[in-house]
Ligand binder design. Structure first.
Ligand code: SF4
Length: 265
């Protein structure tokens, strides 16, 4: 008889901590952030380049918001991550759990097992932040999600092009009745033709899906990895682009990265 190998689910993490969400529909709410390692995109404006490769260790906050980190080796077994989240989950403190990265969907087989358990343990809603380019992996964990913030990558700003995948991804979220919004990073180099195409794509799925235009936060010299300068758009550009996109969806909100102003992580 051949012994069956049981593979214990593990994940490569960057950090776990409690903070105030700085972007999108959940802005201002308190979340337990689980930041996963690995990303398969290379956006020019990326401020999380430390997540691209699988780190050998991760930073785990002991007490919510106190930044009293301890270091642990990767990969992390599922029951250990559950313990860390439970330790963060003080009564009435958090509004939801944020799965962020990197690209969390590169860990879809892990999430498929982790999410039902963390949900029953904490009773907190689950929010996914994603590049929105992996619909097959999204389908694996859709039943366990409550809300999704999908980045729509403009080629002129990010250097990435994923129109077809974005459309499939958004349709899956909408059909599953999830609370979903689209985040688009805009810079001085934004091509208005791409904004128009984005508006048509989102409005084509449903005009009630909100779009958040997020002026890029320029990177410090030490964070620059791309030769392409990424500069914030002018006030006139922002006003023009919001008006352009409101032709396709009902809500287009302009919000910068507020967690950087609040000095959150
Ligand atoms: S998807 Fe996110 S983590 Fe990945 S390169 Fe783009 S901005 Fe960075």
């Amino acid at each position: 008889m051949i012994a069956k190998t049981i593979v214990k689910p593990t994940a490569r993490l960057v950090e776990v901590f409690s903070a105030i969400q700085g972007e999108g529909l959940n802005v201002g709410t308190r979340q337990i952030f689980i930041r996963f390692g690995l990303c398969d995109l290379r956006c020019h404006f990326c401020d999380s380049a430390q997540t691209w490769d699988a780190p050998s260790v991760c930073k785990i906050e002991r007490s919510p918001g106190l930044r009293d980190f301890e270091m642990h080796s990767n990969p992390v077994p599922l029951p250990i991550l559950l313990q860390w989240v439970e330790r963060q989950n003080l009564p009435s403190l958090h509004d939801s759990i944020s799965l962020t990265g990197g690209e969390p969907l590169l860990h879809a087989p892990f999430l498929e097992q982790f999410l039902p358990e963390v949900r029953s343990l904490t009773n907190l809603p689950i929010y996914l932040e994603t590049g929105g380019h992996r619909p097959e992996q999204l389908a694996m964990i859709l039943p366990y999600l409550d809300s999704v913030g999908m980045d729509l990558k403009l080629p002129s700003v990010s250097g990435e092009t994923h129109w077809t995948e974005h459309e499939k991804f958004l349709q899956l979220c909408f059909d599953a009745n999830l609370e979903v919004f689209v985040k688009i990073i805009v810079s001085q180099r934004t091509d208005p033709g791409e904004l128009k195409r984005s508006g048509m794509l989102v409005g084509g799925v449903h005009q009630d899906i909100p779009i958040f235009l997020q002026p890029v936060t320029p990177l410090a010299d030490s964070e620059q990895f791309s030769q392409v300068p990424v500069l914030a758009p002018s006030p006139d550009q922002i006003l023009e682009w919001q008006a352009l996109m409101k032709q396709f969806v009902k809500q287009v909100r302009v919000i910068p990265q507020t967690h950087k102003m609040l000095k959150q992580m």
